[in-house]
Ligand binder design. Structure first.
Ligand SMILES: Nc1ncnc2c1ncn2[C@@H]1O[C@H](COP(=O)(O)OP(=O)(O)OP(=O)(O)O)[C@@H](O)[C@H]1O
Ligand SMILES: [Mg+2]
Length: 219
């Protein structure tokens, strides 16, 4: 489903250039549950952003179902994301002006999904944040915001869920609940790729991709 060939991503130019991805070759099948691990600054978030169509490669190829995504314009990438991708950002990226409920509803509206209330209430319940549904993100703790961001990604029910350290702000019980949620959507045939620093979390995935200095050292 996903194929990266000699994928490179630079930030900046000349002396200030950072080679964040330095030639990644990667194949990911539909239905896989993958953890990306590596030290801080190794390129994990950059790789996830590329996979999610949030950013473009400097060189190399990204194919999705044999379509050459790396040639897409930013407009076409937006359509690609809407159809296929839910993304849980490292900094959550919730909309502060809207309630938790409204934040979760947004991708459902964008995808013209019906019976939204039922879907949203189910996700709120699974993540244990039903009582927070009318609060705004600024009124929530970090862990609560993280669970709201994950609820938003799960509710959208896209084929692919990408999550940047989805359990980074959570205690063991909540981390476990979130892994259970991911396992549930995997059973529906979804593909889940997460970044984590927690080897207990990574070991629950089917495959671990280890990246250092923008290169895959093990997968
Ligand atoms: N928008 C950007 N502009 C300039 N440099 C960037 C940008 N995003 C990332 N980088 C650089 O690219 C490299 C990889 O960053 P990335 O965010 O992918 O690391 P990471 O593995 O996710 O780290 P962490 O575990 O700390 O989140 C770093 O050296 C970082 O400074
Ligand atoms: Mg990161």
């Amino acid at each position: 489903m996903i194929e990266l060939k000699n994928a490179k991503k630079d930030f900046g130019h000349g002396e200030n250039c950072t080679h964040a991805l330095q030639g990644i070759d990667l194949h990911i099948n539909e239905g896989e549950f993958i953890a990306i691990v590596g030290t801080s600054g190794s390129g994990k978030s950059t790789l996830l952003h590329i996979l999610g169509g949030m950013d473009k490669l400097t060189s190399g190829e990204y194919r999705f179902n044999d379509e050459l995504i790396s040639n897409y314009s930013f407009n076409k990438l937006q359509e690609f994301r809407k159809q296929y991708i839910s993304f849980v950002f490292q900094n959550f990226a919730l909309m502060n002006k809207y309630t938790v409920y409204e934040n979760i509803e947004m991708p459902l509206l964008a995808r013209r999904i019906k019976k939204r209330k039922e879907i949203i209430m189910d996700c709120l319940d699974k993540l244990g944040i039903t009582d927070l549904k009318d609060k705004c993100p600024t009124q929530l703790s970090g862990g609560q915001q993280q669970r709201a961001a994950i609820a938003r990604a799960l509710a959208a029910d896209t084929p692919i869920v990408l999550a940047d350290e989805p359990t980074g702000s959570l205690d063991n019980k909540n981390s476990n609940d979130i892994m259970n949620c991911f396992e549930e959507i995997l059973r529906k045939g979804r593909t889940v790729i997460i970044i984590t620093h927690d080897m207990n979390i990574a070991s629950r995935c089917q495959r671990i991709i280890h990246i250092e200095d923008g290169i895959i050292v093990d997968s």
